[in-house]
Design a protein around this ligand. Structure first.
Ligand code: FO1
Length: 332
């Protein structure tokens, strides 16, 4: 196994990739650090990104970078541990910013440095590579695109200062309203003008294995797949494409993926998401699909749909669990 490419959103993708790195390290303990026998590239969703307080916030890139670089707030799955909120409290005192969106003092440094680089002509890819010099995530971390793509949701009900039909940024829907306000759909603004970031299509073309980890299949994986050229690259690569279900026992493992799936009319089940991604030999994406043991009853229907599947424990409760999941993916 030489090149593995992961398409990731935030927490689910980051935790899976941490297990993948642990598994690869254990599988080849004597691999020279300089020339490891497996290189991992993570292509990250940037649809959650936004401008806030004059800073460019990249939630999924930062969650992957912090998680793999050892700087993540583990129980939150985002931001830094031992955070303080002195600067954001001062911003709120001026009546600016999003009072319901925590920009911790340590986390702010990442946004300040990234924004400084962007304002001085760096692309998002270059700024990300610069930040990774400090965090050393052990993977090549690529934004899906260097052009801004921001996910907005169209409200289906009045809430606070918003009315039916208003579009609000995904992060407002996700964090302020916990995805509990009905929406009629998602809009990825900037998508038409976006091109895959440098190295993205190459990482898909030259991979031996491509993984769709248990990230949000709609707003994270779905957004990456919507970047012009990505789906075509996935269809034509010689790599095997293996997905991991983000749904266990009919419920989203984390986050509110069920609210997103409902919005696009996909049932919240391991079977439905597998069918949503589709079988590669029937015009879809998947060569194989890993589901949790509690969903094993779906295996015959998945096989009938041309998707080779197997069941394994998918609760990412700790590093040992995600390492075992990665092993199951590689075995599949
Ligand atoms: N998620 C929350 O639930 N509350 C927050 O206040 C919050 C702040 C935040 C700041 C920076 C950042 O990179 C991520 C942050 N997140 C927060 C997580 C964010 O909503 C998620 O990482 C993804 O965007 C959705 O999966």
């Amino acid at each position: 196994m030489r090149n593995v490419t992961v398409l990731a959103g935030g927490v689910g993708g980051a935790r899976f990739t941490r297990g993948l790195l642990a598994h690869l390290a254990a599988a080849a303990p004597d691999a020279a650090v300089t020339a490891p026998d497996a290189a991992v590239t993570v292509i990250v969703n940037t649809g959650d990104d936004m401008w806030l307080d004059g800073l460019r916030i990249c939630p999924d890139l930062d969650t992957v970078m912090y998680t793999l670089g050892g700087g993540i707030n583990e129980e939150q799955g985002w931001g830094r541990p031992e955070e303080t909120r002195r600067a954001s409290s001062e911003i709120a005192a001026y009546g600016r910013g999003w009072s319901w969106f925590t920009l911790g003092d340590l986390d702010l440094a990442t946004h300040i440095v990234r924004t400084d680089l962007l304002r001085n002509g760096s692309t998002l890819s270059e700024a990300t590579a610069f930040l990774c010099r400090r965090w050393q995530p052990g993977v090549q971390l690529l934004p899906m695109s260097d052009q801004p793509v921001e996910t907005y949701v169209c409200l289906a009900e009045n809430v606070d200062e918003h009315a039916v039909g208003d579009y609000i940024h995904f992060e407002e829907w996700w964090v302020r309203y916990r995805a509990r306000v009905a929406v009629t759909g998602f809009e990825q603004r900037g998508l038409a003008d976006a091109i895959a970031a440098p190295g993205v299509r190459e990482a898909i073309r030259t991979a031996d294995l491509i993984v769709l980890p248990p990230s949000n299949p709609v707003v994270s994986i779905g957004t990456i797949l919507a970047v012009p050229g990505v789906r075509d690259a996935l269809r034509s690569t010689t790599a095997r494409v293996v997905g991991v279900s983000p749904i266990i026992g009919g419920a989203a493992v984390r986050g509110m993926a069920d609210a997103c799936l409902r919005t696009i009319g996909v049932e919240t089940s391991a079977l439905a998401v597998g069918l949503h991604y589709g079988s590669r030999n029937r015009g879809g994406l998947l060569d194989a699909w890993l589901i949790d043991e509690t969903d094993a009853a779906a295996l015959p229907a998945l096989a009938a749909a041309g998707i080779r599947s197997t069941a394994a424990p998918l609760w990412m409760r700790d590093l040992a669990a995600t390492t075992a999941m990665a092993a199951a993916v590689l075995a599949l």
